[in-house]
Design a protein around this ligand. Structure first.
Ligand SMILES: [Ca+2]
Ligand SMILES: [Ca+2]
Ligand SMILES: [Ca+2]
Length: 341
């Protein structure tokens, strides 16, 4: 193959690849997580329903080169009707607030898992409170348009960051909802290169008795151990960690209204990509309407982000011990200096 032919071939492969693997992260929860809904309860709810703090924060990152307007869409933002968990009379109000500008992400309080301190840092761009009478039942409500530059510019991502906070400000019912980050106000059109993440997911498990859901915490290259936290798992099955080296390491699991935590070592091959945390229901134990909270800390005590497009891809267990050994060997030599004669 001549040189120009080779280049054409490479370009065409890259083009084909971009068709096959679109890096579009916009539904949250993402389709491949198998998680049907995010959940936020009204603050008068008992914690046995699975929400420990009645607040959920997501960040949306928009690549710096995008300069067309974006929209933040919420599916079923109200409480009542088809999808929500109703306790007694419908009396719950959920407030969705969108933040941008300075400190939206860079303020430390925004990157914790509890709604404390200045977690609503940044400039409030828009907000709306939904109750049981809203017509947005089982339908999309659209915030925006926002100019990408209304987000906070974060150099390490080369992106503008927005923050979406859902607070259960009144009542005791569970609000189930989803997000889509869109280029259109009336339909779901993905924003190329955008990604979404949170430090704590509170979500609904599917009703199918053998369903498996996934969350993908990103492991940076300085992580040597992690500590997982799960809240109100209700003995619904098994929570396990899958990686290049872990076939399904069990996490300590919570039951009704309690928090369980366990520490897990991270090897050299398990860095710079995302772990697969599996929430696997089992037929014998399967529960209905199970809401769960999940977060992970690194050895520095910092919460780790879970992205809707897993960064560095999702790790899969390598059955071949020789292959694992070669991977470890390769990682060990990555840092070696090369001396030239
Ligand atoms: Ca109620
Ligand atoms: Ca809802
Ligand atoms: Ca639960």
């Amino acid at each position: 193959m001549t040189h120009p032919q080779l280049i054409r071939q490479i370009l065409s492969n890259v083009f084909m690849l971009s068709l096959v693997i679109p890096m579009f992260a916009q539904p949250v929860p993402p389709t491949d997580s198998n998680i049907p809904f995010l959940v936020t309860f009204g603050k008068a709810a008992g914690k046995e329903f699975g929400d420990d703090d009645f607040s959920q924060t997501f960040f949306l990152s928009i690549p710096a080169e995008i300069n067309t307007p974006i929209y933040i869409r919420v599916f079923d933002p109200n409480v009542g009707g088809e999808n929500d968990e109703i306790i007694g009379p419908i009396d719950t109000k959920t407030k969705f607030s969108i933040y941008g500008g300075k400190e939206t992400y860079s303020n430390k309080d925004a990157r914790q898992t509890n709604p404390l301190g200045n977690y609503k840092s940044g400039v409030l761009l828009d907000s709306r409170t939904f109750d049981g009478t809203e017509k947005s039942d089982n339908a999309w409500y659209t915030f925006g348009p926002f100019a990408p530059k209304q987000g906070e510019f974060i150099k390490e991502f080369n992106a503008y960051l927005f923050k979406i906070v859902a607070d259960g400000i009144e009542g005791n019912d569970g609000n189930l909802y989803r997000y889509y980050f869109s280029r259109s106000s009336t339909s779901n059109i993905a924003i190329e290169g955008a990604n979404a993440f949170s430090y704590e997911w509170t979500f609904r498990m599917p009703s199918e008795p053998t369903a498996i859901c996934h969350l993908y915490p990103y492991v940076t290259d300085d992580v040597v151990s992690i500590e997982q936290y799960n809240f109100d798992w209700d003995d619904d099955g098994i929570i396990r960690i899958v990686s290049f080296e872990k076939k399904g390491e069990w996490a300590k699991m919570s039951n009704e209204s309690n928090l369980a935590t366990s520490k897990h070592l991270i090897g050299v091959t398990e860095r710079n990509s995302s772990l697969d945390i599996q929430f696997a229901k089992t037929k014998e134990k399967s529960k209905r309407n199970n809401n769960v909270g999940f977060s992970v800390k690194n050895q520095y005590g910092e919460f780790m982000p879970f992205y809707s497009i897993p960064i560095g891809g999702v790790q899969k267990f390598k059955y071949d011990i020789n292959l694992i050994e070669r991977l470890r060997e390769g990682e060990r030599h990555k840092g070696d200096r090369v001396f030239q004669k």
